[in-house]
Design a protein around this ligand. Structure first.
Ligand SMILES: [Cu+2]
Ligand SMILES: [Zn+2]
Length: 178
């Protein structure tokens, strides 16, 4: 299956494919907008490595208070609610309990750490999820939430992370039709 996906990604990228597996990637970037009266905003980029199957998450978020703040992928890519509630609960295709990244919900990305200037830098790797639209574990069409408080990585189902202060939608990557 991996090999098939790699070949498909390669066909899309044509010229770049001769050099190394590093070009077998597809990315989608989401914009985080403030919710719940906050000023928290940013961008989050998801890059799938079709060779290794991992999804690299990178980005920057600004405008939050210093400290660790919950960061999740929620079930629905719907940020219409002013408090971000329309994104539903944590993305949980495995039907498991909330926890730390890698052991809880697929959407449990733990905490972002904001510095004195209110900025957090995101860099994490996810396994067990995909940005292929039709995958059973797809991230496409999900929501991204930054919370007001720290995720304790154990309280089910929310991590007790408080309100939802920024919201984004993970859209389909341009040109990726599978
Ligand atoms: Cu959340
Ligand atoms: Zn969770």
């Amino acid at each position: 299956m991996k090999a098939v996906l790699s070949v498909t990604a390669c066909a899309l990228l044509l010229s770049a494919c001769a050099t190394s597996h590093e070009v077998w990637t597809t990315s989608v970037t989401s914009v985080l907008e403030p919710r719940s009266g906050s000023n928290v905003h940013g961008t989050v980029k998801f890059t799938q490595d079709w060779y290794f199957g991992e999804v690299l998450v990178t980005g920057e978020v600004w405008g939050h208070a210093r400290g660790s703040k919950g960061f999740h992928i929620h079930e629905k890519g719907d940020c219409s609610d002013p408090k971000g509630m329309s994104t539903g609960g944590h993305y949980n295709p495995g039907n498991v309990k909330h926890g730390a990244p890698g052991s809880g919900h697929a959407g449990d990305l733990g905490n972002l750490v904001f510095d004195d200037s209110g900025k957090a830098t995101i860099k994490m790797k996810l396994s067990g999820v995909s940005i292929r639209k039709d995958a059973s574990n797809t991230l496409i069409g999900r929501g991204i939430i930054v919370h007001a408080d720290q995720d304790d990585l154990k309280t089910d189902p929310t991590g007790n992370a408080g309100g939802r202060v920024a919201c984004g939608v993970i859209g389909a990557p341009a040109g990726l039709t599978y």
